[in-house]
Ligand binder design. Structure first.
Ligand code: SF4
Length: 297
């Protein structure tokens, strides 16, 4: 069996806060978000044997392979991930205290476009004793439900890109039925009780502060209908221009504006802000502050 692979980031500390993750990017996405950070992974083909990828991931996790050898021919290092590597000092420190990697995150593109490969990689993660995370746009609710039923996903990172209604969602994703699908995926996650992080990326043209509050209200209402849910937080991400993207450059929404949005959400849902490295990170419950450069899926 072959997998259409976009690339592998051997070690990321920002895809899953608090974890050291190997991130596997699967190529292909049914959506066309105007500011896609990984537009080079939306289509194209660079397939590799799944079992060859398995052995490379296992080697990475055990510290036996290098970054270079982890990238099969034809696959690329997704641009958004390059700035997310930990520093050499940090790496040395972590290397001294095994395990070096404690989780595997599937990303894309949209990883659920390749359901069998996604399931096999998540199973591999579990067999290696890793936590398994899934970053998804929510475009394939049935496939998401299938993976959750198999009990091979430890955390879902779900993008909610706009108010869950049209025309907002179509504008944000380029797909007419994406809002219905995203809502269904959200419901499935809440009902299943899987630990869940909802991510909303803020660009100058939207979602606006009022939109963000409406998204939070929707989350809050849906949470009330699923008492066993484990929606842990909503992350407001500062959207930044994607390098090499056809979309025009723009000035990102400021950290202050994101903080005002978080304040407007109030107690509806726990919120964390992610912004550029020189702007920091904070949340609306604990006032913690750290740094990363994470942007959208
Ligand atoms: S869902 Fe993610 S990978 Fe797909 S087009 Fe949107 S931002 Fe890009």
């Amino acid at each position: 069996m072959r997998v259409n692979l976009g690339g592998v980031v051997p070690l990321s500390t920002v895809d899953w806060i608090g974890f050291s993750s190997t991130v596997v990017f699967l190529r292909g996405c049914p959506l066309r978000c105007p500011h896609c950070q990984n537009h080079e992974l939306q289509d194209g083909e660079s397939t590799v044997e799944l079992y060859s990828l398995f052995s490379q991931i296992a080697g990475l996790v055990k510290g036996e392979s290098t970054i270079k050898s982890a990238l099969p021919e034809g696959a690329c290092m997704p641009k958004r991930a390059i700035s997310e590597q930990i520093s050499l000092d940090d790496a040395s420190e972590r290397a001294a205290s095994k395990p070096f990697v404690n989780s595997l995150v599937l990303s894309g593109g949209e990883p659920l476009m390749q359901l069998r490969s996604a399931a096999a990689l998540l199973r591999l993660a579990k067999s290696l004793g890793l936590e398994a995370g899934l970053e998804t746009s929510g475009y394939y609710p049935d496939r998401l439900a299938e993976l959750l039923e198999k009990n091979i996903v430890d955390r879902v990172f779900l993008d909610i890109k706009a108010r869950l209604k049209e025309p907002d969602y179509e504008r944000a994703t380029g797909a007419g039925d994406a809002s219905r699908r995203a809502r269904e995926s959200l419901e499935i996650c809440l009902r299943s009780g899987v630990p869940l992080e909802v991510r909303t990326t803020i660009f100058p043209e939207g979602p606006s502060a009022a939109d963000v509050v409406e998204i939070a209200k929707t989350l809050s209402e849906m949470m009330s209908g699923s008492p066993g849910h484990r929606l842990e937080e909503m992350v407001l991400q500062q959207g930044r221009p994607a390098s090499g993207s056809p979309a025009a450059a723009f000035e990102p929404v400021s950290f202050d504006s994101l903080e005002k949005m978080a304040a407007a959400i109030g107690g509806l849902v726990r919120v964390r802000i992610r912004a550029a490295p020189n702007l920091g990170e904070t949340d609306n419950h604990q006032g913690t502050s750290c740094q990363d450069g994470r942007t959208g899926v």
